[in-house]
Design a protein around this ligand. Structure first.
Ligand SMILES: [Zn+2]
Length: 214
């Protein structure tokens, strides 16, 4: 076991949480302070399967465009795939993540953490296949190779602290680490050293390549 940090040691001034309140507060796998936008794209976790991993992703639709609600429409099967040429490859796709952190730090939850969201696809983590079974998926609104906002790191750090307290999450990795060669998010613009510093977690809780770089 390892000690949980009691607080994330970063300045909070000027960054207000959406949803209000400082107590984490969960109801049936839903974080009460997150804005809830329910996705139908989920299943049950295998019996007895605990949550052992947080998977970090990045997404923007169309790529590089932010704040237009398209991620929410994709995860709720309401995206108009005629609205942009890029969306053609998304037609009929049923995907989700547990959480999305928007550019301004707003936190949106789509699937209860008690349920299995559809974000990882074919994947492996330390010898185990199918990461969706035992992970929580967090999408950061962003573009692979570009940076994320301070508000997003702050929201991510607080979310992971809340999740760890509620669900006993012990490891964190990027989609690129569990599906190497096939996936590249969150990409080189994600500051793993910053996240390591925010969380204060030991190196073994991160992918080897990240821990060595951090
Ligand atoms: Zn991904």
């Amino acid at each position: 076991m390892w000690a949980l940090p009691t607080a994330i040691d970063v300045p909070m001034t000027g960054i207000e949480e959406h949803g209000g309140g400082v107590a984490p507060g969960w109801t049936s796998g839903w974080l009460r302070r997150a804005r809830r936008c329910e996705s139908p794209n989920f299943g049950v976790r295998p019996p007895g399967m605990g949550i052992e991993l947080v998977l970090i992703h990045s997404i923007s639709l169309p790529p590089g465009e932010y704040g237009n609600g398209a991620i929410e429409r994709l995860f709720t099967n309401r995206l108009d795939c005629d609205a942009h040429p890029y969306y053609e490859q998304l037609r009929g796709l049923e995907v989700s993540a547990h959480f999305v952190v928007l550019r301004d730090g707003e936190l949106v939850q789509f699937v209860s953490c008690d349920r299995r969201a559809w974000h990882a696809g074919t994947s492996h983590w330390r010898g185990r296949a199918d990461c969706n079974d035992f992970s929580i998926g967090i999408e950061l609104e962003g573009l692979e190779g570009t940076s994320f906002t301070p508000a997003q790191y702050l929201a991510l750090g607080r979310l992971m602290q809340d999740m760890t307290e509620a669900h006993g999450v012990v490891s964190v990795a990027g989609h690129e680490h569990v599906a190497p060669g096939r996936k590249h998010d969150p990409g080189s613009g994600f500051d793993w050293a910053l996240l390591i510093g925010l969380l204060g977690w030991p190196a073994q809780n991160f992918p080897d390549a990240v821990a060595e770089a951090g």
